[in-house]
Each structure stands twice: as structure tokens, then as C-alpha cells.
Ligand binder design. Sequence first.
Ligand code: PEP
Length: 252
Amino acid sequence: MSRTPIIAGNWKLNMNPKETVEFVNAVKDQLPDSSKVESLICAPAVDLDALLKAAEGSNLHVGAENCYWENSGAFTGETSPAVLKEMGVQYVIIGHSERRGYFHETDEDINKKAKAIFANGMTPILCCGESLETREAGKENEWVVSQIKAGLEGLTSEQVSKLVIAYEPIWAIGTGKTASSDQAEEMCKTIRETVKDLYNEETAENVRIQYGGSVKPANVKELMAKPDIDGGLVGGASLKPDSYLALVNYQD
Ligand code: PEP
């Protein structure tokens, strides 16, 4: 089973609609074919309309950075997964460590979001990853496996086959400190084995696993050469067209 690599930018709370259009215009004709590498940008909800319009007809895929688990109702300030789907969004990041940390999202919330995203015909990018303290205590595998088990609770093997999981050690996010390619591979392999234990071999072979944490043009090739790393979730290095293009065209 060959998995299509997926390189995703996570813009966080950066970029406005004008900058979004400028970015897309600078990259859209130089993206790899989607059957070779999927090029994805996950943008703030307020930029999605501009991003979708600018990306139309190109190889750029569009994702959101978060959504709620209800489609409508009295939930002031939330983003509806049904509306994201209606707009043309394909992916939604859930469980990013910034959402877990600053906004107190729990594994249970994240699992509800995963179900709502699948119910609306989109694909979740489920983030997991340990803190430096947890790694130094030697408990990183236990921690990540428990996040995966809780995040996947009640999902079918068909759903998990389409899922993207992003392993992002918190100590490597925005710090310039990348996990070594061996450390990243080791955890991505553990995640795939966990999916195999929970489901079956086929599901584990299908699920795509990204590494995230200071991925940049200088290290993307080495990371992507690892057998269990199918992509990158990239913050800082996804904000500039040149650097984003170098990432998605890492095979050249
Ligand atoms: C991220 O935002 O998910 C991330 C990994 O950020 P950075 O690439 O800047 O470390």
C-alpha cells in the first residue's frame, strides 16, 4: 500500500485575506501533482474564503485549523464543520498542542470533533505529542499512545484508513529544535503499531502519519525518507512562498 505524502502548512493566527491571496498566487503554479505529494494549507477560519477562491483549479488543498463538534446552535464564536464542508474545506486540524494547552481541549473534545468532521465528509488531522517533561521522564510512548486511543475512540476502520495523524512533540514546536529523524520515526512507528493493535494491519498501512516540529526545507528530505513518516505539519516554514514550495517539492 503506498500512501500519498501530505505536507501541510499550519498558519496559526498569522496571515490576513490579502496576504493569503498573495501567497497562493506566488505558489499555485509550482505545486507538485496531488498524486505525488498533497500540498495543503490550513488557515485561520477568517481567511478560508479567500484561500479557497484563490486556490481554485490548482493543486493546493485547503484545511481549517479547528472547528466545533456541533453543526449549528447556540455556541457563540465557534466554527461549524457543516459550513466548512459547504465552503469546500477538505481537512481540519484537531488537538493541536496550542489548542490543548491554551484552550484546555481534552481528548474527549477532540474525539467528538473527529467524529463531526468525518460525519461531514472531511478529514481530521489529529495532533498528538508529548511535553519535554514527559519525554525526560521516559513516558512519551505511553502518553502519545493514550492520546491516540482516546482520539480514535468509536471511529471505524474505514474512517481511520482516511485519517491523518500528526505527531508533534511539544518541545519541538516553534523552538527551532527538531526531533531527530530517528526519534520522529520511532514515534510514528509506535503510532502505526497502535492503530494496528486497535484495528488491523490494513488500517495501519493506510493511515497517514505526519511529523511536526520545526520542519524546514533543510530537514524535510531526511524526515520524509523514513518509512513511517508520510508528511509534515509545518508552522513557521509554511508562511513564506519560497520555503513552502521547497517543502512540498522536497522530492525534486
Ligand atoms: C505547528 O504549528 O504545528 C508546528 C509544528 O510549528 P513549527 O513548524 O513552527 O515548529
